[in-house]
Design a binder for this molecule. Structure first.
Ligand SMILES: *Cc1c(COP(=O)(O)O)cnc(C)c1O
Length: 357
């Protein structure tokens, strides 16, 4: 059996999500989010996060990220994110475009996690100097771009530097559920209770068709003396200006409701993570295979011998890499990855290694 580990966005959407779209398509509803399902999404997310939130649904993760950030920084500000972050590496110039030319600055740190010491340097330099761009916001990715997960302590280490500097913190949660399942904590603990002000609550990679939620938390923003109402108002206008105020919002809302119903989001992420744990365990024992960053969720970077990569590709297994950096490949599991597919991949790699060593 062949299987693809290209990305978690190669999987379609969960059945109940599509069923919900079909049901939501019946009859009429008010447009632009003035409908009952959209109100229910906000209600459900405020229950889930155990606090007052405002929610803005958009249809891509890039839009969720760059809109969130644009409401946090003036055009003369800088946004501190990891140098390997999706914002810096995978969103073209959408960040600068949406943030009106604000500067995105890459911070160092192991395993694609921001090093709080580096961050401290970046947020304390040339403050008030009109010649220098001024730190305005911090963004972290949870799961990170290399498949690691910030512990709650690591999140707090970053957010406390931000708080001391009075800066809001955004979390790119394109794989929010995978990180949450990995840590085994509550959504509140991983976000506002750890000092995060705004989250891109990703769902598309984990079961929706195209629905991502920007979630804004009132309490941490106000603790920093930042206005929740201002951020919310800006987001409303910026989403429209940015072309993400869907007229048939209820179809996005229906997806999000189905995603959150009966713990589908957690079930899906648990499956993806379990498949990755199984894959990683299998690969570890194969001669010539090196784990670059231990996978803590559903994504793994490892190094394989080039002939093994060619062999696996020729056997029909799909995944990125091999030629970016010699032998480095990225393997991603999804809510749909079949266990037999993982077994087949391990078997193919192992038998190739045994034949060639
Ligand atoms: C996939 C992903 C996104 C969102 O990407 P879109 O393709 O715009 O949906 C954002 N951040 C990270 C870390 C991602 O992996």
């Amino acid at each position: 059996m062949k299987v693809a580990f290209t990305s978690d966005n190669i999987a379609g959407a969960s059945e109940s999500v599509f069923q919900a779209i079909i049901e939501a398509s019946q009859g009429d509803a008010m447009p632009y989010g003035n409908d009952e399902s959209t109100a229910l999404v906000t209600h459900k997310l405020s229950e889930l996060f155990e606090c007052e939130v405002e929610v803005f649904l958009v249809s891509t993760g890039t839009a969720a990220n760059v809109l969130s950030i644009s409401a946090l920084t003036p055009p003369w500000g800088s946004v501190l994110c990891h140098k390997e972050s999706h914002l810096l590496q995978d969103e073209n110039t959408a960040p600068e475009f949406y943030a009106g030319g604000a500067r995105f600055v890459g911070i160092e740190g192991e395993n694609a996690k921001i090093d709080p010491e580096w961050l401290k340097k970046a947020v304390t330099q040339k403050i008030g100097d009109v010649h220098s761009c001024q730190p305005a916001a911090v963004s972290i990715s949870q799961v990170t771009e290399v498949g690691s997960v910030y512990s709650l302590e690591e999140i707090r280490a970053v957010t406390s530097v931000a708080k001391e500097a009075g800066l809001p913190v955004h979390m790119d949660g394109a794989r929010f559920a995978n990180a949450l399942v990995s840590l085994g904590c509550t959504p509140a603990q991983m976000t506002w209770k750890a000092g995060v002000d705004i989250v891109s609550f990703g769902a598309t990679k984990n079961g929706t068709m195209a629905s991502e939620a920007i979630v804004v938390f009132k309490q941490p923003l106000e603790e920093k003396g930042l206005s929740f109402d201002r951020v919310v108002k800006e987001l409303a206008f910026r989403r429209k200006r940015g072309g993400h105020l869907h007229s048939k919002m209820r179809l996005l809302s229906a997806q999000m409701i189905a995603y959150l119903t009966d713990d589908l989001w957690l079930t899906n992420a648990s499956h993806a993570n379990a498949m990755m744990a199984h894959l990683q365990e299998g690969l570890k024992s194969i001669p010539g295979v090196k784990i670059n960053t231990p996978a803590q969720a559903n994504m793994l970077f490892c190094t394989l011998p080039l002939p093994m990569i060619d062999h696996l590709h020729s056997e029909g297994f799909a995944f990125y890499g091999g030629r970016w950096e010699e032998g480095v490949v990225r393997l991603v599991t999804s809510f749909r990855t079949p266990k037999e597919g993982v077994d087949a991949f391990i078997h193919a790699a192992k038998s190739f290694a045994e034949r060639t060593v």
